[in-house]
Design a protein around this ligand. Sequence first.
Ligand code: 13P
Length: 263
Amino acid sequence: MAHAPAGSSSAPAVWIGTSWKMNKTLAQARAWAEGLRDHLGGRAPDGVQPFVIPSFTATTTVAEVLGPDSPVLLGVQNAHWEDAGAWTGEVSVPQAKDAGAQLVEIGHSERREHFGETVETTRLKVAAALRHGLTPLLCIGESLEVKERGGSAAFILEQAAGALEGLDDSALSRVLIAYEPIWAIGERGRPAEVDELLEPFAALGEACTGKVAGLLYGGSVNLENAAGLLGIEHVSGLFVGRTAWQLEGYLQLLNIAEAHLAA
Ligand code: 13P
């Protein structure tokens, strides 16, 4: 999988990605990936950069199904900052790369909440991904409590600044950021209204647009709200859970992205 992520080229891409979280057997992963591969026929819609982030167990299966020249980037949902060693239960960036990954998701709120991920560990992991030539996908997002006291923008800027501290311009240009407000994620979340996202994206845009590879939105993205979310200034992609776990949903999101670019 030697091709460069579309976001690093001059043409701005719309990123449409999914994390499967802790879901799918190998057979289910294979079926989804085969369906996507056959649907795309070796070519993503113009300007659209698809990516998929399975569980670790399915990384090689999905890599093999998609094949070496796939237009779909493959990621892992986490990776340790050390290259190897006595870290039972962890997977390193070189191991993820060896399994076929090109992208490393870092700092998802579920990892921050349940697995002790901190700003410091996200910084170490971003550096590890970059050191090995993988694209870090840094997730940031505030809780409902922070949102309700009006602190969303400051909170996410601090998370991003902490994780990206010390990177030079060239390293920064390889980083993807996904803004995923915790209150909007998963079964316990509610879809965000576009109006609620304008201020956080204005702040992120001011800090990051033109400097990073892309600014994505995630959290209860569905087929009804995807077009509106893509229309928000500074949003250059969507990072999707449930709606994309069925291949049909993911394919429809690709169509929505294509229509958005054509509009
Ligand atoms: P949902 O789209 O299921 O809310 O999940 C979003 C997410 O956490 C992607 O990382």
